[in-house]
Design a protein around this ligand. Sequence first.
Ligand SMILES: C[S@@+](CC[C@H](N)C(=O)[O-])C[C@H]1O[C@@H](n2cnc3c(N)ncnc32)[C@H](O)[C@@H]1O
Length: 239
Amino acid sequence: MTQTAPIIQSIEKSVKDVPGWTPIDQLYSLFVLAVSTTGLKGDILELGSWCGRSAIALGLAARLMKETKVMCVDLFPEKSDWYENKDGSYSFKVTIGDKLFDAYHEQTVWKEPFERDIVPVYQRNESLLETFRQCVANQSLDDIVTPFRGDLALFSKEGPQDFKCKLAFIDGDHSYEAVCGDIARVEKYLVPGGWICFDDAFSSYEGVNKAISDKIIANPRYSFAQQFTRKFFAARFSG
Ligand SMILES: C[S@@+](CC[C@H](N)C(=O)[O-])C[C@H]1O[C@@H](n2cnc3c(N)ncnc32)[C@H](O)[C@@H]1O
């Protein structure tokens, strides 16, 4: 019998140089949840990828399951897309095709986390999409993990029309309206028995908390609604 390294160590090693906010215990939970969908049809959908930390954990699970891909939907802002608000916090605006997308508008990024976490990412490369591609390729996951530049509304219009997913990880815009809209869009793709899960659940984002309470916990179409780690929540969709 071949002795293999514990997966949590592989995840840790794979994301060691990938900037982002998703902690290792959560990446491990995400991985396990993804693997639990073995046998279900469909791929994995991620909304909010940044440099690829969570996408890599999902990609490692997809590689193990075989025949599963990971679609990563993000606005992938460039360095020049960020601007400072009057109160010193930051937001970004991205133009894709002829459409302008406003992000971190309601919940802006404060100066200190912006300078600490976001500025260094652009010192590496002014294109976030390029950094994402490099991080994914460094783990040889580029044949499994695919970026889509846009929001979920654009993905619904321009993404593959027959797309289905067995796991959706939501970590994009954290406002109530955005999360409710994203849940509604994801439901069109989720197969019965599949999971919807969220970062920043029941932590400091009121919009995320209320959207999960109203649209998932109060909805009989979901079962097994459970907080997995400090800020990671998942529920199973019964269709
Ligand atoms: C917290 S980061 C994601 C972190 C990532 N999951 C990780 O593991 O490091 C949030 C991401 O959501 C993206 N984003 C924000 N609003 C969005 C929207 N409306 N549609 C798509 N992506 C969005 C941002 O560009 C950013 O990359």
